[in-house]
Design a protein around this ligand. Structure first.
Ligand code: EPU
Length: 442
């Protein structure tokens, strides 16, 4: 059964929202548990479709999984790898499945991972993931749609070998575009490799630090550093074995910023709790520039909503610490009702404007001026209508649009399953704030 989200907008929204663990952390922490035969207990795990998918994938390798959803605790133990194959049926539904490539290579010296396909927000190549594995001495080939990788065997020992690798993707308007996922895979592969690995032009995303923290707790030796010329590096000294641990997943920055935007647009006072605002600095700068009034308490954010005070702001997405690409679509909804002309430039993904057309259907005055730049001239309010979610963050942007739309009818967001991939209990959370929102079968 396909679900749609039905919203009657215009309600004043007030109250508290507790933010769950970060989806994008969980998706790397779970494969990391393949690196030990001992038990790993993950706390603060959100109940999300993407987490279900990665858990399903782990079972294919022989992982024993216990998921106590009520207590948000996921316990994983892989005493033995019974298969090194990540099957197409599971990998095709979620790109983060590619992380098992590095983890399997590290743990058992070989991996067969289905090649992930393209994706609606961009082509999402994995050339740099593959480059990282090769740099550690692995042979990598594509056979019948599977990436088949093997660690080298030296003096009878099959094990990856540490090396120096530069994982820079490209430079855009003077800024370095780094790869978060490429670094995750490189780290997972290098932790148990022989000798030292240095990742140059490493991603600075906080979720990567969550992975580093957990792996260090398990006995890994990983640290961040900087060259004299400012290049960010991650240094990994390979160890022979990792052990189990208990680890609490960091709060979801994207979920936190999304509810902050909800608070800013709907005339009430919303407190976003259980967060770390120090990881949201650039967003908060732009939030303030857009006329939003808030109190930053460090582990919570109190947002005082007043749509009439919102004003135009220009935003350019960049890897952390820049403005996060994952929040640009929800932010579009905010600038669509902010007075004046805002410009939003997307630098990370080549195709992340799908929701623009749907926002236009709701009355937003938007103009895509080139493939990565869109301008919004703020309108007073949006009109409820039928729209289609074509990906996770764009889908959530439409939910926010539905909340702020006139109460003259219903906003029906079709193909809402995309939103369930990344926002746990969002309808319930929004209802608790006073929204009229339901999820219906269609
Ligand atoms: N890239 C390459 N080659 C590679 C890898 C990446 O060219 O081998 C390019 C990508 O095409 C993109 C850029 O590098 O243009 C950055 O991609 P990155 O590897 O950093 O993205 P990712 O690791 O695949 C994660 C998040 C995304 C988020 C990006 C950027 C997870 C599971 N996904 O993706 O999250 O947008 O980092 O921060 O962590 C989302 O949650 O909605 C989402 C898409």
């Amino acid at each position: 059964m396909v679900a749609k989200v039905v919203i009657k907008g215009g309600n004043k929204l007030s109250g508290k929202v507790r933010i769950m663990g970060a989806k994008n952390s969980v998706l790397e922490l779970v494969p990391a548990t393949l690196l030990t035969d001992e038990k790993v207990v993950l706390k603060n795990v959100p109940v999300l479709k993407d987490v279900e998918t990665i858990v399903e994938l782990m079972k294919a390798f022989g992982t024993d999984v216990q998921w106590d959803k009520e207590n948000c605790t996921l316990t994983l133990q892989t005493k033995e790898i019974i298969s090194n194959k990540a099957p197409y049926e599971i990998v095709k539904t979620m790109r983060a499945s590619i992380y098992v490539l590095g983890a399997l290579l590290g743990r058992c010296g070989s991996a067969r991972v289905s090649f992930p396909g393209g994706c609606v927000i961009g082509t999402r190549p994995i050339d740099i993931h593959v480059r990282a594995m090769k740099c550690l001495g692995a042979s990598v080939e594509t056979i019948h749609g599977y990436i088949v990788a093997k660690a080298p065997t030296v003096d009878g020992e099959t094990r990856l070998i540490g090396d120096v690798m530069d994982l820079l993707v490209t430079e855009k308007s003077g800024h370095k575009i780094t790869t978060h996922g490429g670094c995750v895979n490189a780290i997972l592969a290098a932790v148990l490799a022989k000798g030292q690995t240095v990742i140059e032009n490493a991603s600075m995303e906080p979720e990567l630090d969550d992975l580093i923290s957990m792996l260090n707790l398990m006995g890994a030796k990983i640290k961040r550093d900087k060259y004299d010329d400012g290049t960010d590096v991650i240094i990994i000294d390979g160890v022979d074995k990792l052990h189990g641990c208990e680890y609490s997943v960091m709060p979801d920055r994207m979920e936190a910023m999304t509810y902050a935007i909800v608070g800013a647009m709907n005339g009430g006072v919303v407190e976003v709790q259980n967060i770390d605002t120090s990881k949201m600095e650039y967003f908060l700068e732009k939030f303030k520039e857009a006329g939003v009034v808030f109190d930053d308490k460090g582990d919570s954010l109190i947002v005082y909503g007043d749509k009439t005070k919102l004003k135009a702001v220009d935003v350019e997405t960049l890897p952390y610490p820049g403005f996060p690409t994952d929040i640009q679509s929800p932010f579009m909804t905010l600038i669509s009702v902010a007075e004046g002309k805002s410009t939003l430039c997307e630098n990370v993904w080549e195709n992340r404007f799908q929701c623009v057309q749907e926002l236009q259907r709701m009355g937003a005055n938007a103009d895509i001026i080139n493939p990565n730049t869109v301008c919004f001239t703020g309108v007073e309010s949006l009109d409820p209508t039928d729209v289609i979610a074509s990906e996770l963050r764009g889908g959530m942007a439409l939910v926010l649009a539905g909340l702020v739309a006139k109460p003259t009818g219903y906003t029906n967001i079709h193909r809402a399953y995309h939103i369930f991939r990344g926002y746990a209990n969002f309808a319930e959370n929004l209802r608790n704030l006073g929204a009229e929102i339901s999820i219906e079968d269609e």
